[in-house]
Design a protein around this ligand. Structure first.
Ligand code: NDP
Length: 252
């Protein structure tokens, strides 16, 4: 169902689980070479191994997007193995809700450094590749996984929402820099998606509240968000879906 993905070279962050994993698996199944980035080596290796067993091309690259040197080393490793990339998907992210009053500077820093600066580190590492690919007449894509939390406000999700609002703004601003050079930028804002994201919440009441939302609304499967990413990357190169919201139907 997707065109224009075979022969692409992709980097997917947050590929150890959830949306990033599903994107990596789908892109590889469509004939892209895929570098999978995250911190958990075993998880990445197992996913890359499965992709290869299914006839795809995958490279597991352990990297922490909160660490400049780690991202630079990852980019060097990918360049060595695959050469320049033409499709970058930023899915690495963390959601650590708590009331602002709890004063959890540790969580605030982690969310900002992963969800915002982490994306910027990855963008910095691969901007040259994307611009060069586009200059050569090839399709080049930057896809950022933001969230509906960029717009919707919930108590205890102030800082997470702020990081996603920042990412949505960043995507739109990056489009003004890259679009004129034929590099597409897409900001995807999913609603509830059934992944490990919620497993890091350390507040039992908020965990229970979120479980209740999943029960009531039904979360999307990661594969359903991956389908959107593959769709945007497979459009003809003059067509850029800039902003996409994808929600479980009952989430309003
Ligand atoms: P997951 O927790 O399953 O995936 C997050 C991924 O990011 C993991 O593979 C994790 O792997 C990786 N990661 C986390 N921190 C780092 C880091 N410092 N460096 C590198 N990789 C990192 O959750 P989702 O798939 O749901 O999350 C993907 C994105 O989707 C996030 O940006 C999230 O905000 C967004 N989103 C999710 C929604 C949902 O309901 N699930 C809704 C809207 C948006 P590892 O721990 O091995 O590093």
């Amino acid at each position: 169902p997707y065109e224009n993905l075979a022969g692409r070279t992709a980097v997917v962050t947050g590929a150890a689980s959830g949306i990033g994993e599903a994107v990596a698996v789908l892109l590889a199944a469509q004939g892209a070479r895929v570098a999978l980035l995250a911190r958990r080596a075993e998880r990445l290796e197992a996913i890359a191994e499965k992709i290869r067993a299914d006839g795809g091309q995958a490279l597991a690259v352990v990297a922490d997007v909160t660490d400049d040197a780690s991202v630079e080393a990852a980019a060097a490793r990918i360049h060595e193995a695959y050469g320049p990339v033409d499709l970058v998907v930023n899915s690495a992210g963390v959601m650590l809700p708590n009331p602002v009053e709890a004063g959890r500077i540790d969580e605030w820093q982690r969310m900002l450094d992963t969800n915002v600066t982490g994306v910027l580190r990855v963008v910095r590492a691969f901007t040259g590749d994307l611009a060069a690919a586009a200059a050569e007449g090839r399709t080049a894509d930057l896809v950022n996984i933001s969230s509906v939390a960029a717009h919707v406000t919930y108590p205890a999700y102030a800082v997470y929402g702020a990081t996603k609002a920042a990412l949505t703004h960043l995507s739109q601003s990056l489009r003004t820099e890259f679009g004129p050079r034929d590099v597409r930028v897409t900001n995807v804002e999913p609603g509830l998606t059934d992944t490990e994201l919620k497993s890091h919440i350390d507040n039992a009441e908020l965990s229970g509240q979120l479980d209740g939302m999943f029960d009531a609304l039904g979360g999307l499967a990661s594969e359903e968000v991956a389908d959107v990413v593959a769709y945007v990357a497979s459009r003809p190169r003059r067509v850029n879906l800039g902003q996409i919201t994808v929600l479980p139907t009952r989430q309003v």
